[in-house]
Design a protein around this ligand. Structure first.
Ligand SMILES: NC(=O)c1ccc[n+]([C@@H]2O[C@H](COP(=O)([O-])OP(=O)(O)OC[C@H]3O[C@@H](n4cnc5c(N)ncnc54)[C@H](OP(=O)(O)O)[C@@H]3O)[C@@H](O)[C@H]2O)c1
Length: 345
């Protein structure tokens, strides 16, 4: 990306699990930066972060922080985005928002570059990054939608604790050593920081991610339903989701059953996956090769395997989809969007 305009960039939530990955990717990808502003709450203001060998002091995020900022990447929670993204837009910034704040706003494009890159052009200042579990699923399903059409998706997720932020990682590590030492575990964060009841995550599986809605589904499950339809631009796709937290640090795994509108050959699906952008096919049962969270961690791709036809429904396909939730599920998808904006300007 040489001979390009350089941008004033802000990362909001710079000290968080996602923010840290965004900063790492901006450096690794040599993003065309003139000035980088790192923003957090008052708690972490003053922290120093090294970027390209130089120390940057993290500042408290305020509306004035966005004076002169051209691209702002937000990952500091929905309330912060709601409060500060409009202030950043007023000052001329394009915001890429990792939170749930604007995803279903009809004026805000919800973008996975491999699926609907053209939607970026409709932005009015804010572009939303979808939910991590949705991103990896739609990236893998897009080639099937284009080739066969999709009528139905049934997904069960096995989501890493890093999806709930840096404190949830600390909690799982702490609880694991407490259990191994035979000590009492006192859960403090999961399943939902803002709710009173907490559950042990070490050596456990929790079928709740985010708050329950009136319909009995959790917010995470409803995000998968609504966001999939919006990104794939097809309200008729039937989606049902069960989202589960598992004691894995990085990488969400998903069991996805997809019903296609037209008959398919498994070999053709394999070829589609092999050639799809951002997808790596790992599907060799004879040699016990399939996607694993431990292998996906730290990598940008979405890994697909365990491809097999449903036993009762000839247009039904089962797949196993794994990706690092902090990379493609958050930071990498956001930086891909930022790179697209940088190239367009
Ligand atoms: N983790 C994932 O896999 C993932 C994936 C997609 C989207 N997201 C979304 O990204 C957001 C951040 O997630 P995370 O996992 O990175 O969380 P995290 O590790 O808890 O980090 C939160 C970040 O937000 C900052 N922050 C908190 N309150 C703030 C305030 N009032 N003003 C400014 N900054 C504030 C924190 O700064 P301090 O250090 O000062 O507290 C920290 O930098 C969430 O909305 C989440 O839903 C996360």
């Amino acid at each position: 990306m040489s001979n390009q305009k350089l941008f004033n960039v802000a990362v909001v939530g710079a000290t968080g699990a996602v923010g840290e990955q965004i900063i790492g990717l901006l450096e690794k990808r040599n993003f065309p930066i003139n000035q980088l502003k790192l923003l957090s709450s008052a708690r972490s203001a003053g922290t120093k972060v090294t970027f390209k060998g130089q120390e940057i002091v993290v500042e408290e995020a305020k509306p004035e922080s966005f004076e002169g900022v051209e691209i702002a990447l937000f990952s500091a929670g929905g309330d912060v985005s709601k409060a500060l993204a409009p202030a950043a837009v007023e000052r001329g910034a394009i915001c890429i928002d990792n939170t749930n704040a604007f995803r279903m706003d009809p004026d805000t494009p919800l973008v996975v570059p491999e699926v609907n890159i053209d939607a970026i052009n409709e932005h009015k200042g804010i572009i939303a990054n979808p939910n991590c579990s949705t991103i990896q699923m739609v990236a893998a399903l897009k080639p099937l939608q284009d080739r066969y059409g999709i009528s139905r998706i049934i997904v069960s997720t096995y989501q890493a604790v890093s999806g709930a932020g840096a404190r949830a990682i600390d909690e799982m590590v702490r609880q694991s050593s407490e259990v191994l030492a035979g000590r009492e575990v006192e859960p403090q964060i999961l399943p939902v920081g803002a709710l009173p009841v907490k559950h042990q995550i070490a050596f456990n599986v929790i079928p709740q991610i985010d708050k329950f809605q009136d319909n009995g589904y959790t917010l995470e499950e409803m995000k998968m339903v609504r966001e999939t339809k919006k990104i794939m631009d097809d309200e008729s796709i039937e989606v049902t989701a069960t989202c589960v937290r598992v004691p894995v640090v990085y990488g969400h795994s998903e069991s996805v059953y997809v019903e296609l509108k037209n008959e398919y050959e498994l070999e053709d699906v394999r070829k589609l996956m092999e050639n799809a952008p951002g997808i790596t096919l790992v599907d060799d049962p004879a040699n016990q090769q399939y996607p694993l969270a431990t292998e996906a961690a730290g990598k940008p791709d979405v890994f697909v395997g365990r491809l097999r036809r449903d036993l009762g429904h000839t247009r039904g396909l089962n797949m196993w989809i794994v990706s690092d939730n902090l990379m493609k599920g958050a930071a990498w998808n956001a930086v891909q969007i930022a790179e697209f904006i940088a190239i367009e300007q």
